[in-house]
Design a protein around this ligand. Structure first.
Ligand SMILES: O=C(O)CCC(=O)C(=O)O
Length: 234
């Protein structure tokens, strides 16, 4: 746990091999395969992302509150941390996507209440999304559970270590950070996890050998929000 906390504090991420066993991964894959096509499912040829996982896949809600995940998260964020969003990201031959270097700056809330430091607001899939004050993002953690072996050949996440110490990056700062840091490719075997601070710069390339690259991405946060705002907790 000390290594985990150290990696998260210093580097902004940490890899945890063999967090789930093969049976647990098989059950999660079966539960995800049973999801009906709905607004939560984004398709381009095949399903490549499912939003609202905590609400629509009970097996993922159970995973998010399991001792294995909660003990990891609490060691980093403290006892009050809880899951606020669950998303599946997949890459397939039909949906071989990429995302450029970015920070995760947006949270999902139950309602829009104009409060100092919150904005801009948007609505996606009927849910209020907003950029909160930086202190809220600093107190968050993503746990990314890998359902397939993942490496540079099938579009693994890449991270620029220690970039989470800065606040929001401008486009010029992202460009500079990218040229002056060496990225780490998060190669993780099926059942392993990457824990990541949302402010660390990360990117994801298209797969060179497209195959399933399923990742359950669960965001955790602390409950306290100002001005009556409430987490959507999808
Ligand atoms: O799963 C990936 O490769 C990218 C996910 C991502 O960009 C994000 O979580 O912000």
């Amino acid at each position: 746990m000390d290594d985990l906390r150290h990696n998260l504090d210093v580097l902004g991420f940490s890899m945890v091999p063999d967090l789930l066993d093969p049976d647990e991964i098989d059950s999660l894959i079966a539960a995800l395969s049973a999801v009906d096509a709905s607004d939560a499912v984004r398709k381009r040829g095949g399903v490549y992302a499912i939003r609202n996982l905590l609400a629509i896949v009970p097996a993922v809600a159970r995973l998010a509150t399991s001792d294995k995940l909660v003990s990891l998260v609490q060691s980093a964020l403290g006892k009050d941390a809880f899951a606020v969003r669950g998303t599946l990201f997949d890459k397939t031959p039909d949906a071989n996507w990429l995302v450029p270097w970015h920070q995760d700056l947006t949270i999902c809330l139950k309602q829009r209440i104009d409060a100092a430091g919150f904005g801009p607001w948007t609505i996606k899939a009927c849910v209020h999304h907003v950029q909160p004050p930086i202190a809220i993002l600093e107190a968050m953690l993503a746990v990314r559970i890998h359902l397939d072996d993942c490496n540079e050949r099938n579009g693994a996440l890449r991270i620029l270590p220690s970039t989470h110490h800065s606040s929001r990056f401008t486009a010029e700062q992202v460009d500079f950070a990218q040229r002056s840091n060496s990225p780490v490719t998060c190669s993780v075997r099926r059942g392993g996890a990457v824990l990541m601070k949302p402010l660390v710069l990360h990117a994801s390339s298209a797969a060179v050998e497209p195959a399933h690259r399923r990742v359950i991405h669960i965001d955790y946060a602390l409950p306290t929000l100002p001005s009556g705002l409430e987490w959507f907790a999808e």
